[in-house]
Structures are given as structure tokens and as C-alpha cells.
Design a binder for this molecule. Structure first.
Ligand code: HEM
Length: 413
């Protein structure tokens, strides 16, 4: 994988065009589907704006902490009743992306947010199997909607028009190039304006911004929330892990204040739990590249025009690297002195120049959401006398746990 994605990065930089881009008429736009000079510019600008808004820094931590506070109270409001965690955690994670991209969060019961999340979730989970995904254009012509393709199409168009385009137009109306941008869209518009003014050749434009927004919302919501759902499910199967994390938090943070950025280096067992969740959950199992020039890997010719399917989970689950690789065992990420380990095969965010642009944001989210959840609650199964929800996942564009219910018992009551 390193040879393909790093050593031969020049020949494997492009992703194939996917059905959603084709349906929306936005092939080669934005970040996920763009290529060549357009991708290079969109990636550099996205990275720099996300950093400007604090990705990986204290500013982002404050945004995440503010949302986590509301989220934890929401979980407490269920008073130990069994719930499906997905919609709640997705709303909270989506709010963080929203506060960065459009400058504000939404109430969890806001119908607009709910609709957008439903659309974003459909984007990932309802793009059915890869086979149907690629054959989608043909299946669409059949009467009815047996495979749910038409509904899926309707949802991604709604996300496109009523969130991405709508929010861009809203922010454009208030936009003034001289003022300090307060959100991602305004910062992108400002950068676009600067490049237009200087007559520098640029790919920055509104169609690219619409597509970019969609990638940030979808990739930013479905990934972190699915990882948190996996973590809770693993902990239902391993109550001893929950208690160990809680003890660590009690020792280094206590229970009277929220965990802070400065606490994180002390929460090594929590970090090991996050890494083990990402390893075993393997929520982004596959990434695909178009080969633009011939190259050789271990004596095999990979011809121009072919596609390479890079199976990230084959590294995350390799029995030669991770003993009992199917077992949830956070201790594997700690050495004998309790220091955190990061083996080369730990690649949940992909590899090379096209790796996850939101990695720093995602890591902050995972640390703070999980630290606060472990600190406040004990996670219990819906019915402690019945069989636990299975550890089997559903493979769509992501790999997510099958829907399950869980009770969050407040440790303070
Ligand atoms: C646990 C959370 C996350 C995981 C496991 C994850 C994983 C990945 C993976 C495996 C890739 C593909 C890398 C490749 O093709 O080599 C990717 C790409 C991407 N991710 Fe993430 N991601 C996460 C969170 C986020 C967040 C929070 C955002 C943004 C707010 C984000 C935005 C993106 C984008 C835009 C791309 C495409 C980058 C490009 O093509 O240049 N992701 N992510």
C-alpha cells in the first residue's frame, strides 16, 4: 500500500468518478473527486482554511468541547432509557462540521438538521453494494425503485441544493471581501476573490465549493459518529475496558470538570481504546485509485487505465501484525511502560498525499466525545439478561455497526 500510495503517488493520485458526482453533474470537482491541478489547489486551500479555523489547535478543541457539553446533557436526558445512539452522536458531530463550515450549530431537534443528516447518512449507507453502485445508472431506468436508487438520488440532490448551495448563497449575501471570514465558506469566497483580483490562474470557484462542502459534511459526519458507535458497542462486550478508562479519567481529570486538551497526554489508556476502536472497527475499509501511468509493484505491472483497490483493513486486521486481530484489546497499543504505540500498519486515515484531510479534527472529536462519555456514563446493554448486540458490521461506503440500543447510566446519580 505504501508503494502504491506513496512511492507511486504521482501515478495513483486520482480517484475514479463515483455515481454521486455523476448524478449531480460534478465530476472532477471539489476534493473527493477532483484531479490534477484542481485537486492540488482545492486540497491546499481546504487544509489551510481548516487550520485557520483551529484544526488540531485549541480553537477547534473549544468548539468540540462546547458541543460535547450539550451532547452529554442530551444523553443524560434519556435517564438510562435504551436508545439508538446513532442519530444523537451524528447530530453532535455534524454540528461541529456545521459550526466550522457555515458558522453555527443547530438544535438536535431542528428539522433542517435532521433532514440533512438523513441525507448525509443516505449518501453513505444507501449507496448500496459496490456492484449496484456502479450499475446504478442502468438500474435507475427500471420502473419503481426496487434498489432505492431514485430515493438515494433525491436525498443527495436535496443535500446539494438545500444545504450546500443554500448555505453558500446565504453567506455570499453577507460576504464582504475586506472582513475577517467567520466560517469555511466565507474564507473560501475570500480566497477566490483574492485570486480573481490578482488575475492569478485559479480553480477556486463556486461549483468546486459546493462539491467540497458536501465532502466535508458527509465525510465529517458519518466517520467520527460511526467510530464512536463502534467504541460503545465494543465496550458493551468489554465492561472491564470501560471501568479502566473511567479509573484513568478519575485519576487524571476527576469527575467535576470536563476533560481538557492538556489532560489528553495523561489519558493513554483512553487513546489506546480510540486506536483499537479505529483498528478493529475499520470504518473506511477501502480506497480506490485510477492508475494514470504504468508502474511495477513487486514485479507486477500495474497498467495505466486500471484501478487499484487499496484494502486499508487488510493492514488493520493483519494477523501477522496484530495478534488475535479479531479481538478488541486496547493494551496492544501500549508498551510495557504504558507508552502509546503507533505501528506502521495503523492506517485508518489512509496513506499518502490523498489521505484524510480531516484527520486532526476527527482525532480531537474522538478524544473529547469519548473522554466525556466515559467520564459521565456507564454503557449498559438494553437488556442485561439477553444476548449482547452482535459485533458484526454493515458494509456500505463505510463499515458501521448494525443498529443497536444502549443505555447510558449516569455515574453521578
Ligand atoms: C474517524 C474519522 C475519519 C476517518 C476514519 C476518515 C478516513 C478517511 C479515509 C480512509 C480517507 C481516504 C484516504 C485515501 O483515499 O487515501 C479519507 C478522505 C477524506 N476525508 Fe476523512 N476520515 C475521518 C474523518 C473526517 C473528517 C472529520 C473530515 C472533514 C471534516 C474528513 C474529510 C475527508 C475528505 C474531504 C477526504 C478526501 C480527501 C482528498 O481526496 O484529498 N474526514 N478519510
Amino acid at each position: 500500500m505504501r508503494e502504491v500510495l506513496i512511492k507511486h503517488a504521482d501515478k495513483t493520485q486520482d480517484r475514479p468518478v463515483d455515481l454521486s458526482s455523476r448524478v449531480l453533474g460534478e465530476e472532477y470537482r471539489g476534493l473527493r473527486s477532483s484531479r490534477g491541478g484542481n485537486w492540488t489547489e482545492q486540497r491546499a486551500v481546504t487544509h489551510s482554511i481548516l487550520r485557520e479555523f483551529g484544526m488540531g489547535k485549541q480553537l477547534m478543541t473549544e468548539k468540540v468541547k462546547a458541543e460535547v457539553k450539550i451532547y452529554v446533557e442530551k444523553l443524560a436526558s434519556f435517564k438510562g432509557q435504551a436508545i439508538d445512539l446513532c442519530p444523537v452522536v451524528s447530530a453532535a458531530v455534524c454540528n461541529i462540521v456545521c459550526s466550522v463550515t457555515v458558522g453555527h450549530r443547530f438544535d438536535y431537534d431542528d428539522e433542517y438538521l435532521k433532514r440533512m443528516m438523513k441525507n448525509s447518512n443516505a449518501f453513505v449507507t444507501r449507496a448500496p453494494s459496490l456492484l449496484v453502485f456502479y450499475a446504478g445508472m442502468l438500474l435507475k431506468r427500471l420502473p419503481g425503485d426496487v434498489f432505492g436508487i431514485k430515493d438515494w438520488e433525491h436525498r443527495i440532490s436535496d443535500l446539494n441544493d438545500n444545504f450546500c448551495k443554500f448555505q453558500i448563497n446565504r453567506i455570499k449575501q453577507e460576504f464582504s471581501p475586506g472582513t475577517v471570514p467567520e466560517n469555511f465558506i466565507a474564507a473560501y469566497l475570500q480566497e477566490m476573490h483574492k485570486r480573481e483580483e490578482s488575475s492569478a490562474p485559479t480553480f477556486l470557484d463556486e461549483p468546486n465549493l459546493v462539491s467540497l462542502m458536501k465532502s466535508l459534511i458527509v465525510a465529517g459526519t458519518e466517520t467520527s459518529s460511526t467510530t464512536i458507535s463502534w467504541c460503545v458497542l465494543f465496550c458493551l462486550h468489554h465492561p472491564e475496558v470501560q471501568e479502566k478508562v473511567f479509573d484513568e479519567i478519575k485519576t487524571h481529570v476527576g469527575t467535576s470538570r470536563a476533560p481538557d486538551m492538556s489532560d489528553m497526554p495523561n489519558l493513554r489508556y483512553l487513546s489506546a481504546v480510540v486506536r483499537e476502536t479505529q483498528r478493529l472497527g475499520g470504518i473506511g475499509p477501502l480506497t480506490v485509485r485510477d492508475v494514470t501511468e504504468n508502474f511495477e509493484v513487486h514485479g507486477y505491472l500495474i497498467p495505466q487505465g486500471s484501478q487499484v483497490f487499496v484494502h486499508l483493513n487488510s493492514a488493520l486486521h493483519d494477523e501477522n501484525v496484530w495478534e488475535n486481530s479479531n479481538k478488541f484489546y486496547p493494551e496492544r497499543f501500549l508498551d510495557a511502560s504504558g507508552h502509546l504505540l503507533k505501528p506502521n500498519e495503523f492506517i485508518p486515515f489512509g496513506l499518502g498525499r490523498r489521505n484524510c484531510v480531516g484527520e486532526a479534527m476527527a482525532r480531537t472529536e474522538l478524544d473529547f466525545f469519548l473522554a466525556s462519555m466515559f467520564q459521565r456514563f456507564r454503557f449498559e446493554p438494553e437488556d442485561p439478561t439477553a444476548e449482547l448486540p452482535p459485533l458484526k458490521g454493515l458494509l456500505t461506503l463505510a463499515f458501521s455497526p448494525k443498529p443497536y440500543k444502549v443505555r447510558f447510566l449516569d455515574r453521578n446519580t
